[in-house]
Design a protein around this ligand. Sequence first.
Ligand SMILES: O=C(CO)[C@H](O)[C@H](O)COP(=O)(O)O
Length: 226
Amino acid sequence: MTQDELKKAVAKAAIDYIAPRLDSDSVIGVGTGSTANFFIDMLAELKNEFDGAVASSEATAERLKSHGIPVYDLNSVSGLEFYVDGADETNERLELIKGGGAALTREKIVAAVAKTFICIADDSKMIGILGAFPLPVEVIPMARSHVGREIVRLGGDPVYREGVVTDNGNIIIDVHNMDISQPIRVEEQLNNIVGVVTNGLFARRRADLLLLGTKDGVKTISSEGA
Ligand SMILES: O=C(CO)[C@H](O)[C@H](O)COP(=O)(O)O
């Protein structure tokens, strides 16, 4: 199976999971990236069975709207039953690295609001210790050098992501070679640097459910007990 086939399979599994749990008032949080895009395209077929969506990026909002799915401002909804999104890495505890598409801050906000965060990923994303994928950090532009120096102090190698401006008007620094054996600690240390908006570690708010695409089918892993 190709990686795209695995992504489609987990997108379909997410649709199958949420479909019987939706009603006409449901608003769904929707993530960003190629796996999330497969989910959005399939969600279009269900559009008469829920109210609308909150998007984690401008790109996702555009794609949802192109299918005729209403997109709401997060401040105008009373809650989100589900948030469905991909990841750049996951471990077995369903702690994630996200932000390869630079949408990490809005993704983290939408995930924080949702009752159930469903992560959809192919099994190339499953890893023992997070950090092979460089950890994205969203930074206020004027703090770029300061944040870079502080990241070095914490043991990471900061690399400025050239040419990328986030939907919030900020920059991304990707942190290479960081020891992320204690994800909650690293998430907090990076967020404590002045000038950091947030970082792409989803450890405090990890996924509740992981639908992992493998060549033997989609595995469902719950954070309960993990
Ligand atoms: O965090 C993200 C975007 O900021 C994506 O979820 C992550 O990059 C995975 O993308 P893809 O589904 O294309 O592999």
